[in-house]
Design a protein around this ligand. Structure first.
Ligand code: SAH
Length: 261
């Protein structure tokens, strides 16, 4: 039997801004021996990896063949079984749409020790950088983080998603990850179950980074807004009355700055 001395740390790199790394993530990256990283991890963060470290880019890019999740799992296992201390660096948080759970299960099955270092997930980073509180007294009391790749359920990939009605309701914020290409289905699904067309929506491109861009629209117009952002990445879609707070927060910031000036 292969006795392993290696280990894997599944490390969240946050939403993009290098200063949103946790101290733990920073320390592990700076001490790294081997780093396996995703497309979402930005250059500024990759620049923190020591020159001497072995790097594996397993991210997906247009036109290039990327590794499958099984191949990534196997790579982590192989590196750890060579006795290496592996840093598996992921955008945002490893356990929020990061497939960190699958990697952790695979490592557990192979009896490879692992730890998970949380990261600031895109919804939390974008909320702060775009002035959209995800919950707000009297406006929203709950929030759902959801993938735009909606399916009926595990093993029922070809069936339509049936859970729209559970996503609706007053005082609820929805945050869609990977939703840009699913904008038409999201609009149809929500409107079809009674959500109002004038519900405010924000589409956030590359939140927290220098490239950050925000487009506000309504659910009824979501498809047009998504079409205008076609090809942009990564994009988060926030749906709910909280999006309106952005304007109020911006106004008060602007008037405060004017007072100081
Ligand atoms: N584990 C990550 C999510 C990975 S799924 C996390 O916790 O944030 C990839 C999706 O995340 C993208 O399609 C996009 O919807 C969202 N995303 C990640 N970083 C983002 C950013 N800086 N701005 C906007 N959306 C982002």
């Amino acid at each position: 039997m292969n006795r392993t001395t290696g280990s894997v740390a599944l490390v969240g790199a946050g939403p993009g801004d290098v200063e949103l790394l946790t101290l733990k993530a920073l320390r592990l990256i700076q001490q790294a021996e081997v780093v396996v990283y995703d497309r979402l991890v930005g250059k500024e963060i990759l620049d923190l990896i020591p020159q001497s470290a072995e790097r594996h880019d397993v991210g997906k890019r247009c036109g290039e063949k990327s590794l499958s999740q099984e191949q990534i799992n196997q790579l982590l296992v192989d590196l750890a079984q060579q006795g290496k201390q592996v840093i598996r660096l992921k955008g945002g948080d490893p356990y929020v749409f990061g497939r960190g759970g699958e990697e952790a299960l695979c490592l557990r099955q192979q009896q490879i020790p692992f730890t998970v270092v949380p990261g600031i997930t895109a919804a939390i980073g974008c909320a702060a950088s775009c002035d959209i509180p995800l919950t707000h007294r009297g406006v929203a009391r709950s929030v759902t983080l959801i993938t735009g790749h909606l399916q009926a359920g595990p093993g029922k990939e070809s069936l339509p998603f049936m859970g729209w009605s559970q996503l609706l309701g007053e005082g609820h914020t929805l945050v869609f990850y990977m939703g840009l290409e699913q904008a038409a289905a999201i609009r149809r699904g929500l409107l079809g179950h009674g959500q109002l067309g004038q519900t405010p929506v924000a589409l956030i491109v590359a939140g927290t980074t220098e490239r950050q861009r925000i487009v506000t629209t309504t659910l009824g117009e979501l498809e047009q807004a998504a079409e205008a952002l076609k090809g942009e990445t990564p994009v988060l879609i926030m749906v709910g009355e909280v999006v309106r707070l952005r304007e109020a927060l911006h106004q008060s910031c602007a008037s405060l700055l004017a007072q100081v000036a």
